[in-house]
Design a binder for this molecule. Sequence first.
Ligand code: ADP
Ligand code: MG
Length: 725
Amino acid sequence: MSAADIVSMNIDAANLGSIGRMRPHILTPLFAGSRDLDGIGPRIQKLLKRLLAPHSQDDDAKIVDLLLHFPSSLIDRSARPTISQAVPGELATIEVTVGEHRAPPRGQRRIPYRVTCSDDSGSLELVFFHARPDYLQKLLPAGETRIVSGRLEDYGGRLQMPHPDHVVKLSELDELPLLEPVYPLTAGLSGKVVRKAIAQALVRMPDMPEWQDAAWVTKNNWSPFSKTISMAHAPQSDTDLLASAPTRQRIAYDELLANQLALALVRARLRKVPGRATEGTGKLRQKILVALPFTLTPSQNFVLDEIGADMAEPMRMLRLLQGDVGSGKTIVALLAIASAVEAGRQAALMAPTELLARQHLKTLTPLCEAAGIRIALLTGREKGKQREHILSSLESGDLDLLVGTHALFQEGVEFSDLGLAVIDEQHRFGVHQRLALQAKSGTGGTDILVMTATPIPRTLLLTHYGDMEVSKLLEKPAGRQPIATRAMPVERLGEIMERLGSAIEGGAQVYWVCPLVEDSDMLDVTAAEERHATLKKRFGDKIGLVHGQMPGVEKDAVMQAFSGGDISILVATTVIEVGVDVPNATIMVIEHAERFGLAQLHQLRGRVGRGTDKSACILLYKPPLTDTARARLNALRKTEDGFLIAEEDLKLRGGGEVLGTRQSGMPEFKIASLPRDTELLAAARDDAKLILSRDPDLTGDRSEALRTLLYLFERDEAIRLLKAG
Ligand code: ADP
Ligand code: MG
């Protein structure tokens, strides 16, 4: 395999300059910043960025972000009654003659300023609290005709309009928006500013080519893209604001098609590389099984059969192995690796953190020795001679299995014959890395097995991975005890420490998780270091600390001491969130549990309950709890089932967050939403397949438009793959 350079792919992804040059010309005005618009100074620019593009690397929202920011409601002031027809409680736009002004007596701030108006049918009072008389005199000169628009009230039998939204002259009637879209806002940003910015953005929008299939557009009664966007900003009724409105459906479909097309392109590229049949003899596998202190679960056997059958096919394997925390994915990986080695090939096992890579090395080494599999570790820390030695034995084929971090796929790492690449805890990798890895993890037809503990609902699977084969570990190894989970306010810390004291004397080992390493902007966070110091006073040398900012060697030493039993309490940050496996540890304390997401809490808790002893998880929270935080803690207490927890998580948060895509920088869907748009997604998926079956390299008639679509929704990575050939 040639070096699959995830790192440089990431740099590419960040290098918007080069992408910019490739972007179709027609999109240039849409990718200009909001600062280009009239009336947008630095302050507004910041607010627009916060509202429209909070996760973007740029410091400014783009015109396209404004265009895709749809109104959430509508003010309908199209009713034009006479005064006698006007109905209290409703919005109305009325033509009136301005009459007498009545200012409140001096010092009587609670009495409003009133302006009497009339038409042939009756009279109406405009009411202003805390008014500025000179301003109102100018706005409403007595004797003149004005159009006023606002909500009417009945005040002791008199019709009045408090604080009209608009007052215009007859000649300015055109400027009065009878149907006024209302946009979601952020603090400090007014609706007027957003409306003005969007109006300018609409003017700048070019006519886009049609990327959708003409018959499909007709069948759905959709309009062309640019017209649809304009319509979406000019709703005529409340139904136009619904997700089911044709305008919203069309744009949601555009977005989903961009997503599905990008994934299909990646997959098609993978498939272009012919795979190879890898069939093991079972010899090494047998030796490993004999060396194991347990027998495989039925689920483990089942997924191994699926994986084995897949590898034996001459096609390239692209399979996702889902299994809840503690379900035993590592051994499945090793046995699949053994098959590849039996067939005379090499394997790679990539972990998201160095900690995890080292742990894998430690657990796998004895088993590999038993089977005669030559294993080595490669992370950023292996340097100089040691690194050279690893690399040369890898290239000469003297190594069978290389375990490591993403350093595995860096420049200069050449396998002699990579048969299988296993990627552990895949959800921790960003989407860019994922796509890059899938696309670049080998020109030699390497089989790919990705493993994740995050149970991903089918719809999300499709939008994030495309058509990947899925294997599931449905049950955990027998003999596991339920983890007794309790939520407690942090005030009970003293009591908890006492109880821990006796548990430790009985030989128990404890994880103590703190949210942040150092006091940052959140001053009340009990930092891991501080907690370590407090606990040390009470428990002395039996306590250790591990966090992400420690040098690697120190981390290793602490982990070693913990898994060896020399340390009883390990104070840690979320570095231990994934993968860490110390079966003897049975107590998990999570401080500030209210600050963690549900999936994350589930992962953390999964560090205990791995052996046959009873385990406990204590969720320490700082009252008062928000409703969502309470719901999270309750969900966790109720169940240990990762799938149920994931569903709950999906309900409590958006889909993107379940996969941690927020952090990893993948734009979430702007218009489409799942599971709501599941049907559109299915159609987009079929559509993408069909498009590529007819035009695999996107060079045909529709291709220019489709490329524009991909850029529009920032699925540029797929285009880069196309270019790379
Ligand atoms: P995860 O799926 O979270 O990566 P691991 O692979 O780390 O889980 O396995 C969790 C623990 O369960 C490990 O200590 C492992 O040795 C153990 N284990 C795996 N398979 C079995 C089994 N079939 N029976 C008993 N214990 C098992
Ligand atoms: Mg694991």
